[in-house]
Design a protein around this ligand. Structure first.
Ligand SMILES: NC(=O)c1ccc[n+]([C@@H]2O[C@H](COP(=O)([O-])OP(=O)(O)OC[C@H]3O[C@@H](n4cnc5c(N)ncnc54)[C@H](OP(=O)(O)O)[C@@H]3O)[C@@H](O)[C@H]2O)c1
Length: 330
């Protein structure tokens, strides 16, 4: 495994992390087996992964609770990344979505963040969080100014309840606001070889300002593992149906490009999954790839990508091939 510092936080993280969204189960992900989830977390740690990313919203506390159980007695070996700002306990905030009977609002008021952090500490069974992200950024009508949110996060850091401050799903303007009010250690953004918007302005800004960049959905929810074939029918309700690249027509084009890399998987004696993750973490400015998994074999497969050093020419070829796809048809 390879480890990198998150910004200037002093926290060293594995470049491949375990994303624990699916571990929370729920309507996007269907049934999860909690014992299998615990085995997945332990397998990740044994493979050298030390960063686990979760959020209170993943299974409405379930993901954090499972992590707390799995890491009992090993707290010092784990970097826990969780989030705040999706709030369903009362009507404070701005409506975002409704799920399993919960009306979920975006709320980044200091008083709700403090409650969320206490809840996360209890569920994770720990007395500190390594990296706390604001999950989604506040919007009108209940838009807490970023400076107020940041003051609260800095207070939590001073109290030792969190070690690093991060923000997710941000614009460059948001990041500038956070930086005006304090030090942002990391951002967490969507990024995969099929979706490289992050490269336009945020990635260069973060590099210049020593802000760590954690990227989510690098496997495009397993489309880039080649597991979903051209004719695989997705059940009607799964989240994957909302991703344009999964749609018939678009999916075939992606799979044809993946097939054309057979010589590369042979050259590196690796799976497609490892090739894709290795390419992702080789991109300048990317600190960590957050790979979701809820089965031990998946996380072992993903962790192995850290050992793969791709030649520059192959990295460029992959970029060229994937760029030739253009945008998905909506
Ligand atoms: N900040 C945010 O707003 C945000 C948003 C999304 C995600 N995230 C974070 O990023 C993490 C990863 O993102 P993601 O879950 O959206 O996408 P992802 O990592 O692209 O895909 C994860 C899914 O791919 C499948 N998979 C994983 N490894 C595999 C392997 N080796 N072979 C075959 N299939 C494999 C699994 O699906 P099955 O479980 O169906 O087998 C897994 O749940 C999340 O867990 C979460 O921590 C953050």
């Amino acid at each position: 495994m390879i480890y990198k510092e998150i910004g200037n936080s002093g926290i060293e993280c594995s470049v491949i992390a375990l994303g624990a969204w699916a571990i929370g189960g729920g309507p996007f992900w269907g049934k999860t087996d909690d014992n299998e989830s615990i085995r997945t977390i332990n397998t990740a740690l044994e493979a050298g992964i030390n960063l686990i990313d979760t959020a209170p919203g993943y299974g409405f506390g379930k993901s954090e609770e499972i992590i707390g159980q799995a890491i009992k007695g090993k707290r010092d070996k784990v970097v826990i990344s969780t989030k705040c700002g999706l709030w369903w306990k009362d009507g404070r905030g701005t409506p975002k979505f409704e799920l399993e009977g919960n009306k979920v609002n975006i709320c980044l008021r200091p008083e709700t963040i403090k409650i969320e952090v206490e809840d996360s500490l209890r569920l994770l069974d720990t007395d500190y969080i390594d990296i706390l992200h604001t999950h989604w950024q506040a919007v009108e009508p209940d838009k807490t100014p970023i400076s107020e949110t940041m003051n609260c996060l800095m207070e939590l850091k001073k109290e030792g309840k969190i070690r690093a401050i991060a923000a997710s799903n941000v614009t460059l303007e948001d990041v500038r606001e956070y930086m005006k009010a304090g030090t942002l250690d990391a951002v967490q953004q969507k990024y995969s070889m099929l979706d490289r918007k992050l490269e336009d302005e945020l990635l260069p800004y973060c590099r210049e300002n020593q802000i760590g960049v954690l990227v989510y959905s690098p496997l495009e929810q397993a489309l880039l593992t080649g597991r979903f074939k051209k004719d695989t029918k997705l059940p009607a309700d799964v989240y994957r149906n909302n991703i344009p690249w999964f749609k018939q027509g678009n999916r075939e084009r992606v799979l044809d490009v993946l097939d054309s890399w057979e010589d590369l998987t042979e050259k590196y004696s690796c799976s497609l999954t490892r090739l894709v993750i290795a390419w992702t973490i080789a991109q300048t400015g990317i600190t960590v790839a957050l790979c979701g998994a809820r089965h031990p074999d998946q996380i072992l497969e993903n962790a192995g990508a850290a050992e793969l050093a791709l030649d520059k020419a192959d990295i460029s070829r992959i970029r060229q091939d994937i760029t030739s796809l253009g945008d998905p048809v909506q």
